[in-house]
Design a protein around this ligand. Structure first.
Ligand code: HEM
Length: 574
């Protein structure tokens, strides 16, 4: 009798849960007057992704195309049981990322200071903690994206106004830096940055030689290859970017190009190996309240990975502080932040030892380790994926490859074949090739925001409640034929100045946009360019039959990377 009662109660609970999900959760958007693509029980709109059939981006893409077909500016979808808002119209996206940023400050990613210190990095931190850290780290990479608006000095304002006059316009220059960033005239931004001694260019130059040293190693490796054999270019590029990030972020010679079994490569592979546990983790993050997850010490970083990165950072910091070692890398800039609370202007690097009264560092060891970890996470796979796709496209578009090689060689010839920062900046066709690669194959096919303050979507009756997640559909915008006719064709000329000017803002956002956009953009682009220069300058690449085409994306990975190996024939170019 008792057994029957228990079974009845259990069935009752399951039925109630089912009805609640079906009638309440999956009706969330309908109740708010927003159209959606019909969800399926348990999966929401993510069935093919959960079953491992397609990459997550393909599921958003399906919804994006459906909303466009219905002539909508936005719509709703469901990630498992969670309602997600999907803006489609670039104007709406621009508002969310820029003008109305204070409603959407955070990415909405789980992190936990106590049980998972490496999760407390820039990508995951929220509100004031994010803002403070972004302000501290911004000069490490660039100085213009922080939302705190510092005033421009009078000299810069005069210069900008003089430029306006030259352009035949009578306009007042904006008084704040962010206003300058938002302005369409790139020139203004350059002028505004000139007043800051730590310009992005100077920071980038500081690490440029380290980057080139790693690329020389890759060149040697490719030269050593038996050229009749094909190379797995995806693996070689991953080893190259591991060495670059290892060197620039951790100050270590990882040597993974020469030693594929190096510890850094091993952990890099481990972090990005697609696993079902990632999908299960995401399911739990969607299902259970954050407070409960924090209370039970839920982690997203595996313990072995935490132990490795914590030790590497701690050992490096101890060594440098003890021996007053100065090296031109991110670690040194983080050390300056830790001990001085600021980054010293200019290329000279200064003393790294603590020189302030309080015992408390400006940046704790855990905070430092978490930032090094995110530079590693965000910095190596994104760039190696970009180069892999670029080489795949170049292998299939020989005229574009020839044109690029001509440009590289003619720029390098001027400087005795020695690659400088200025050379890279001079290669305008390379810039177009990289942009077209990032358009067609954005490594981050979507980025997220979570609503932190009720938002009335302009021009509609829809209200987004705090706590609701948003997907910014990067890859769907990039392959929308309205902005990019014949989107499957690889055509670098889409990025001529003339063609760029024809497209609405926020239709090319491989690095996101607004105050929360990628902080490592310049570094990522620079390392991708240097890697491509080294390959294309010397070698002709063609597709090897071992590469499975059409290319498929690794469904369980967050980064949109190629499934399986990418084999290319590499022959010496004439
Ligand atoms: C081709 C290379 C790269 C691509 C395509 C890329 C893309 C992105 C995207 C889409 C975002 C989210 C932006 C948003 O939500 O608006 C992001 C954030 C971020 N990226 Fe990158 N990234 C690249 C390289 C790098 C590198 C090299 C680093 C560091 C060395 C880096 C560090 C970060 C960090 C720390 C964030 C979080 C920023 C914040 O929340 O304030 N990324 N990246």
């Amino acid at each position: 009798m008792e057994y029957i009662n228990l079974t009845t109660i259990l069935i009752g609970i399951l039925l109630a849960a089912y009805l609640y999900m079906k009638k309440v959760r999956y009706n969330y958007w309908k109740r708010r007057g927003l159209q959606c693509v019909e969800p399926e029980f348990l999966y929401g709109n993510m069935k093919r992704w959960i079953k491992g059939e397609v990459h997550m981006a393909e599921e958003f893409g399906k919804c994006y195309r459906e909303f466009k077909r219905r002539g909508l500016k936005h719509g709703g979808l469901y990630f498992f049981f969670s309602p997600v808002y999907l803006p489609v119209d670039p104007e709406l996206i621009k508002n969310i990322l820029h003008k109305d940023f204070d409603h959407f400050v955070n990415h909405g990613n789980y992190h936990n200071e106590e049980s998972d210190p490496l999760s407390c990095h820039l990508l995951n931190l929220e509100n004031a903690k994010w803002k403070n850290l972004r302000a501290k780290l911004s000069p490490t990479f660039t100085s213009e994206t922080h939302p705190d608006l510092s005033p421009l000095n009078q000299g810069t304002i005069s210069k900008i106004e003089a430029q306006y006059r030259e352009m035949g316009q009578v306009r007042k220059a904006p008084s704040k830096r962010q206003a300058v960033v938002d302005d369409d005239t790139k020139l203004n931004l350059l002028l505004a940055l000139e007043e800051n001694p730590i310009t992005p260019a100077r920071k980038m130059k500081m690490m440029f030689q380290t980057l080139v040293a790693c690329s020389d190693e890759m060149e040697k490796l490719l030269n050593d290859q038996n050229i009749r054999d094909a190379v797995d270019i995806k693996e070689i590029l991953a080893r190259f970017t591991t060495d670059v990030i290892g060197s620039c972020a951790f100050g270590l010679d990882c040597d993974s190009l020469r030693n594929p079994d190096s510890e850094f490569r091993k952990f890099g592979k481990d972090v990005f190996t697609p696993r079902w546990s990632n999908i299960i983790r995401r399911f739990l993050l969607t299902l259970l309240p954050r407070s409960l997850l924090k209370a039970i010490g839920f982690r997203i970083t595996r313990k072995s990975i935490e132990d490795f990165f914590m030790k590497v950072v701690k050992d490096t910091v101890d060594y440098r502080e003890k021996n007053n070692v100065i090296r031109k890398d991110f670690m040194h800039l983080l050390l300056q932040l830790k001990n001085k609370g600021e980054i010293t202007a200019g290329e000279e690097v200064g003393d790294v030892k603590a020189n302030h009264e309080s015992d408390q560092p400006f940046l704790t060891m855990n905070e430092m380790a978490a930032q090094c970890f995110v530079f590693f996470l965000a910095g190596f796979e994104t760039s190696s994926t970009t180069m892999t796709f670029a080489l795949l496209e170049l292998a299939q578009n020989q005229e574009i490859q020839d044109k690029l090689r001509d440009e590289i060689r003619s720029v390098l010839k001027k400087n005795d074949n020695k690659l400088t920062y200025e050379d890279v900046m001079e290669m305008t066709y390379l810039d177009k090739v990289v942009n077209e690669t990032l358009r067609k194959h954005p490594p981050a096919p979507a980025t997220g925001r979570v609503c932190n303050k009720e938002y009335h979507v302009p021009g509609t009756d829809v209200v987004i409640e705090p706590g609701i997640k948003l997907f910014i559909p990067i890859s769907s915008l990039h392959s929308d034929p309205e902005y990019y006719p014949n989107p499957d064709v690889f055509d670098p000329e889409r990025f001529s100045e003339e063609n760029k000017a024809k497209r609405p803002p926020c239709t090319f956002i491989p690095f996101g946009d607004g105050p929360r956009m990628c902080i490592g953009m310049r570094f990522g682009v620079m390392q991708s360019k240097v890697g491509l220069i080294k390959v294309i300058k010397n070698f002709r690449v063609t597709l090897n039959e071992k590469t499975i085409t059409p290319i498929k994306l690794e469904s369980k990975s967050i980064i949109a990377s190629v499934k399986g190996d990418v084999w290319l024939n590499i022959a010496k170019a004439d």
